[in-house]
Design a protein around this ligand. Structure first.
Ligand code: DX5
Ligand code: ZN
Length: 220
C-alpha cells in the first residue's frame, strides 16, 4: 500500500495560494476544500480559483466537494483541472452515474462520508470508485479535534475494499496530525489529508515528509 499525503490548502494563506502550493511540492496531492455554505456552514473557493491554481502548480489537485448538488457541479472540477474529485454521498442523487462521468472525463472519482454515514450501503459501488474518503471530523472547518469514533469505519472500509478486490484508495480527512496519523494508518487508511498539521508547521514540506514516514511505519 503506497502512503500518500494530501495537504489541505484550507489551512494555508488564501491570499497567496500558488506560493503556498509551492511550499509542499513533495506532497502527492494538493487537497482543495470546496464549500458552498449549504452542505456545510462555510464558504471557501470554487471553480475559477481551482482553474487558476491548476495552472500555477504541477502537483495534482484532489478536490473535496462539500457542496449540494454535486451531480451538477462535480464534472466541471475535472474540466477545471482536478486529478481527483470527491463528492459526498449524502448530497449526491445518482452517485454511480456521477462517478462514471468523473472517470470518463479523465479524473479519479471518490465518495466522501460524514462521520455518521456508514460505508456498508456503498459496498457495491466500490468497483465504480477510485477512492473512499472517511471524514474524521464533521466537514466544514479546519483545526477540529480528530474523532476516534471514525476508526472502526476506516477498518470496515478497508475490509470491504479488500473483499471487492479493486485498487480503491482510502483517504482520511480531519484532525490528522503526528498524534493521530498512526491510528489511521493502522486502521487501513493510505491517503492522508492534513491541513493545520502541515501549514501550521514552520516547515510545511518537512511536516509532509514526517507524516509520510510515520504513516508508512504504522501501516506495516
Ligand atoms: C474540513 C476539510 C479538511 C480540513 C482539514 O471540512 O475537509 O480538509 O482542511 O483540516 P485539519 O487537518 O486542520 O483538520
Ligand atoms: Zn477536505
Amino acid at each position: 500500500m503506497a502512503i500518500q499525503i494530501s495537504p489541505s490548502l484550507l489551512a494555508s494563506d488564501f491570499s497567496r495560494l500558488a506560493d503556498e502550493a509551492r511550499r509542499v511540492e513533495n506532497a502527492d496531492w494538493l487537497h482543495v476544500d470546496v464549500m458552498d455554505n449549504h452542505f456545510v456552514p462555510n464558504l471557501t473557493i470554487g471553480l475559477p480559483v481551482v482553474e487558476a491554481l491548476g495552472k500555477a502548480t504541477s502537483t495534482p489537485m484532489d478536490c473535496h466537494l462539500m457542496i449540494e448538488d454535486p451531480d451538477r457541479w462535480a464534472p466541471a472540477y475535472v474540466e477545471a483541472g482536478a486529478g481527483s474529485v470527491t463528492f459526498h454521498v449524502e448530497a449526491a442523487t445518482a452517485p454511480v452515474r456521477l462517478a462514471r462521468e468523473i472517470r470518463s472525463l479523465g479524473a479519479r472519482a471518490g465518495i466522501g462520508l460524514r462521520p455518521a454515514t456508514p460505508i456498508e450501503p456503498y459496498a457495491d459501488l466500490l468497483p465504480e470508485l477510485d477512492m473512499v474518503l472517511v471524514m474524521t471530523v464533521e466537514p466544514g472547518f479546519g483545526g477540529q479535534k480528530f474523532l476516534d469514533l471514525c476508526l472502526p469505519k476506516i477498518r470496515r472500509a478497508r475490509e470491504l475494499i479488500a473483499k471487492s478486490g479493486g485498487e480503491v484508495w482510502l483517504q482520511v480527512d480531519g484532525g490528522v496530525s503526528a498524534d493521530t496519523i498512526e491510528r489511521c494508518a493502522e486502521a487501513g487508511a493510505d491517503v492522508f489529508v492534513a491541513g493545520s498539521a502541515v501549514f501550521g508547521a514552520d516547515d510545511p514540506a518537512a511536516a509532509v515528509d514526517a507524516l509520510r514516514k510515520q504513516a508508512a511505519a504504522a501501516s506495516r
